[in-house]
Design a protein around this ligand. Structure first.
Ligand code: DQQ
Length: 466
């Protein structure tokens, strides 16, 4: 389908992944097969709102340029997925690529088999492969049963299914299989604190991170949380915890381990404008850039865009060191655009807050500020003044972030029309959505508050449309 009708849309992202039209939510089943990356996603092919869930499908050789293929899975009338093909994963099972997903009403787990090139799909005649959750978990009712995430161990396949225990906490139920078709329930992998991570975990993701650590990420109807910890005897003991992204737009991340051993994850970047605006636009949602997760030497989670994102870089500009006096915006005359990557390093010096403004209007009336606050140890994207349109929510995307003494602030910022992604020192991320009303919201500025800071260097690139 041609996307020509969106050519003048000022808000549609140009290098973030999204379908040719209509609705996208969760990424599903990323997999590398025969040198190609396949990405699936929750898709409503008929409207720019959630409903009639299909698995959309795209293929790429470099994780950034995608060719759209016909949807891989659609609801089958009368089948266990008649009311929607919900989220899941994909694996190569003894030479047969297989999709593992949830059918709904009631929630049941299903599989589909693909041809060797992953261009044709056929649902397994024995579906559902897991007809129902255990009647109760630890003597209590469960809160949901969906979004299988599988991996292989020496003795066979394991899978987590997102769930929760009423009055107790969110959980991921662990299953085991030899053939991906017959699954045996084991037990909850771990159970969360209901006050921190609710009583339902959607879209569990579980990676062996090396260094004898595993990562569990879950989407608890709030910003996705990750746990790093030890996995032994089929139980997981969290040791560290954090938000995968501080942005309120980021949800339902999933990922896979590619042939190079990289743990690669996408999340859904939800819209922040009302349903009428989404319908009028003819599209809704996009995915984050593919992010590589690994461990810093000190054991903290390291997050950065995959290196292939650099393939998008076009015209480059560089700025040398300069002081940033407090209280005024220092507009960067040579650097303008709505489709940019900016890499900047700052010394905090005496400032209480330092960072950048992007999507800044000529007259300064609309602006999105990306700031590190050394006074209260926070990183944030302030969207309160991003748009004069009352139908788009502003909001503050903020999370805890502290620099060590003398450590510079290293920001990597991706501006893609309405999609903004910020990476700080490869250990914190913020995704936001902004809808400036003025076409001249293309400026970039430096800013400091409460004292002077210093720009050590800044590089900016125009990024190509994919
Ligand atoms: N989205 C899917 C579900 C999942 C939720 C439905 C998370 O499978 O739990 O579109 O956004």
């Amino acid at each position: 389908m041609s996307t020509a009708r969106f050519a003048d849309d000022p808000h549609r992202p140009r290098y973030h992944f999204l379908p040719p039209a209509n609705w996208i939510n969760d990424p599903n089943g990323p997999i590398e097969l025969n040198g190609e990356y396949h990405l699936f996603y929750q898709h409503n092919p008929g409207a720019a709102c959630w409903g009639n869930m299909h698995w959309g499908h795209a293929v790429s050789r470099d994780l950034v340029r995608w060719e759209h293929l016909p949807p891989a899975l659609a609801p089958t009338p009368g089948g266990p997925d008649k009311d929607g093909v919900f989220s899941g994963c994909a694996h190569n099972v003894a030479g047969t690529p297989m999709l593992f997903y949830t059918g709904v009403n009631p929630e049941a787990q299903c599989v589909a088999l693909a041809d060797a090139r992953m261009r044709g799909f056929r649902k397994f005649e024995g579906n559902p492969v897991i007809a129902a959750a255990p009647p109760e978990i630890q003597g209590r009712a469960w809160t949901g049963f969906r979004d299988p995430f599988a991996w292989k161990e020496a003795d066979g396949w394991y899978a987590l299914i997102g769930s929760g225990i009423e009055g107790t906490g969110g959980t991921a139920l662990l299953y085991r299989s030899k053939d991906f078709r017959t699954w045996e329930y084991l037990h909850p992998l771990c159970i969360g604190n209901p006050h921190e991570t609710g009583t339902m975990w959607e879209c569990p993701l579980f990676f062996d991170m090396g260094e004898r650590k595993h990562l569990l990420a879950v989407s608890p109807y709030a910003r996705p949380e990750y746990f790093l910890g030890a996995y032994a005897e089929q139980r997981f003991s969290p040791e560290r915890q954090g938000l995968l992204d501080f942005g309120h737009s980021y949800y339902a991340p999933t990922g896979f381990i590619d042939a190079k051993g990289r743990r690669i994850v996408w999340g859904w970047l939800k819209e922040r404008r009302n349903a009428d605006a989404q319908n009028a636009a003819g599209w809704s949602g996009c995915l984050s850039l593919p992010r590589e997760l690994s461990l810093h030497p000190d054991g903290r989670l390291r997050v950065r865009p995959v290196s292939e994102v650099e393939h998008l870089r076009g015209r480059h500009r560089h700025l040398d060191a300069r002081d940033i006096s407090p209280g005024t915006l220092h507009r960067l005359e040579g650097i303008q655009g709505a489709q940019l990557e900016i890499e900047a390093e700052f010394e905090i010096l005496h400032s209480a807050a330092v960072g950048l403004a992007v999507r800044l209007a000529d007259a300064g009336t609309e602006s999105t500020e990306i700031l590190y606050r050394s006074d209260n140890k926070e990183l944030y994207v302030n969207c309160e003044r991003s748009s004069a349109d009352p139908n788009s929510a502003g909001g503050l995307d903020v999370g805890p972030f502290a620099l060590a003494k003398g450590e510079p602030l290293r920001l990597r910022v991706f501006v893609d029309h309405s999609a903004i992604e910020v990476y700080a020192n490869e250990r914190a991320c913020i995704s936001s959505r902004v809808y400036p009303t003025q076409r001249d919201c293309i400026h970039v500025a430096l800013l400091a508050r409460g004292g002077a800071a210093k720009l050590v260097s800044l590089d900016a690139w125009d990024l190509a449309k994919t």
